[in-house]
Design a protein around this ligand. Structure first.
Ligand SMILES: Cc1cc2nc3c(=O)[nH]c(=O)nc-3n(C[C@H](O)[C@H](O)[C@H](O)COP(=O)(O)OP(=O)(O)OC[C@H]3O[C@@H](n4cnc5c(N)ncnc54)[C@H](O)[C@@H]3O)c2cc1C
Length: 293
């Protein structure tokens, strides 16, 4: 372990577990640090940096599954899967410098969530270290499961208050054969809403400011050639369309989406019991979701 002025950087999951077991102060879990201030302030004497827990553990393209260390960035994940014509639809608000572990911990989704899935749909399993310093594994690629408990989904969106996520097993998708981005200028937003609920719906559609005719929408169409052609015809019927580069989606994501869940968290009896079961000493991200009574 290296400890420099309150910064702790474990080199392995075993070392991380030992640190958590021995911690008598709060630990602030830090990944890429792009969204550390999103929740409530954390009371922690030490920053826990997870950079060493990075890289592809296993990738089976034929199964459309991949296992990565929590500190793997979304950019790294994208590069590895793109080489096999696949992608991980974890395309959250924010940037691709963010890490996979933090995206699962915060359950951050993005403009593609409605069609491609949310973190809870895409995570097959994970490994984490809870506040007792126990290494827990659940879901896909199970080594030791926690019987009768969906630990994977519990840790997804717990904001690191119940466990430090160390490994994540994810579901992938084939990249669409045809992938187009359009800027739609439309006077009738209700027609867009109706189209979004129809079978030829796009991968994503977000408001993109005001256009010449009313609202402008950034639209992404994806699928096989036949589907995209039919979807494009439906799109063109809505209003004037200009072709755009797919890189526009990075700009949309970086602008952010709805406020993250941690900002409107309230403790209840169940969450108190879970905190007591997984982190009774309040070592992990202490105060992020408000204090325990
Ligand atoms: C410009 C911008 C806009 C954004 N807009 C939104 C938005 O609108 N809505 C939204 O929900 N998110 C938003 N995000 C958040 C962001 O995309 C995700 O939360 C992302 O996954 C953060 O990644 P990170 O590695 O930088 O995490 P960090 O900033 O390092 O950590 C984020 C949180 O996750 C915890 N955490 C990190 N890693 C782990 C782990 N391995 N185990 C347990 N806990 C962990 C941290 O303690 C912290 O509380 C935005 C980010 C940016 C940069």
């Amino acid at each position: 372990m290296s400890a420099i002025s309150g910064v702790i950087a474990p080199r392995s999951v075993e070392e991380l577990a030992e640190i958590v077991r021995g911690a008598d102060d709060g630990l602030r879990i830090c990944a890429a640090g792009t969204w550390l201030d999103a929740g409530h302030p954390v009371q922690a004497a030490h920053e826990l940096h997870l950079d060493a827990l990075r890289g592809v553990r296993a990738y089976v393209p034929d199964d459309l599954t991949i296992s990565v260390g929590a500190a793997t960035t979304l950019r790294e994940l994208d590069a590895v899967t793109a080489a096999h014509g696949q992608w991980c639809p974890l395309l959250p608000w924010g940037t691709d410098n963010a890490t996979v572990g933090a995206t699962i911990a915060t359950a951050t989704s993005g403009p593609f969530a409605a069609t491609l899935g949310r973190p809870r749909d895409l995570v097959l399993g994970l490994e984490c270290v809870d506040g007792h310093g126990r290494i827990l594994r659940a879901g896909g690629r199970v080594v030791k499961n926690v019987a009768g408990f969906d630990l994977t989904r519990l840790m997804t969106g717990a904001w690191g208050t119940l466990g430090v996520i160390t490994d994540v097993h994810l579901r992938l998708r084939a990249r669409p054969a045809v992938d187009e981005t359009w800027l739609l200028h439309v006077a009738d937003d209700d027609a867009v809403a109706a189209w979004l609920g129809a079978p030829l719906a796009p991968l994503a559609c977000v408001p993109f400011g005001m256009g010449a005719q009313g609202t402008a929408w950034l639209v992404r169409l994806g699928g096989n050639a036949e589907f995209v052609a039919a979807s494009r015809r439906a799109l063109f019927a809505l209003g004037r369309c200009e072709t755009r580069d797919a890189s526009e989606w990075a700009i949309v994501r970086a602008e952010g989406g709805p406020p993250p869940r941690a900002t409107h968290w309230r403790w209840n009896d169940l969450s108190r019991r879970l905190k007591t079961a997984f982190d009774p000493r309040q070592v992990l991200n202490r105060g992020l979701l408000g204090e325990l009574a």
